[in-house]
Design a protein around this ligand. Sequence first.
Ligand code: PRT
Ligand code: ZN
Length: 213
Amino acid sequence: MTTLIRIALQKSGRLSEDSYQLFKECGIRFDYGTGKLKSVSSNFPAEFLFLRDDDIPGYVEDGVADLGIVGENVAVESARSVQTVHRLGFSKCRLSIAIPRSESWSSISDLHGKNIATSYPRLLGNYLAEQGVQANIHEISGSVEIAPSIGLAEAVCDIVSSGSTLLSNGLKEVETIFRSEAILVANNTLNDEQQVILEKLLFRIKAVQAAKN
Ligand code: PRT
Ligand code: ZN
């Protein structure tokens, strides 16, 4: 039986379109968007799995998938043991601290003793520790931006792209703690055949990227 490499992609979200487009430009064909959870390529030894982005690092660590495309923010926050094999340059965003627009700000030490709402407790905790700031981290899974207006926290730490979500919630960005983009991650123990397929894929990805620059 020929070896297939299993690649986990986000089913539907901010990573999906560019991920599908990348494989298309690499000349690798597969069906997606039909509601199917997996699809085998018709012209490359790969099988694609369509998942929630949060599940991708764990699937790759466990070897359910050999490769995955995920935001670096999600990969690092997950603390899963996977290797970053390539940076893909799309789905760029930043993880930033924001406070109500009416509040003054002089430095990160303003957060000492404050409550900060975030879905990224690990990334935020590491940053605050590095900066020597002691604050209370409140982990919430969604709608982080409304936390200050409902009295849950004095600050938030959330993903920002254009900044319009912060603006429309009366917040201002005061400190960027992490810059992210989509990355290709791999299981730590690929066998020789899988490694050969990964090298072929990387060769094509690099050619596509080089043609754009
Ligand atoms: O359903 P599933 O769990 O798979 O997807 P999801 O809803 O958890 O993730 P999704 O699709 O929103 O984001 C996937 C990845 O895209 C993230 O992990 C980031 O790496 C990256 N990315 C890029 C973003 C953004 N840009 C982004 N703007 N992720 C989220 N946002 C959100 C942000 O949380 C905030 O609510 O968009 C809002 C801010 O956008 P602006 O433009 O108003 O600043
Ligand atoms: Zn998600």
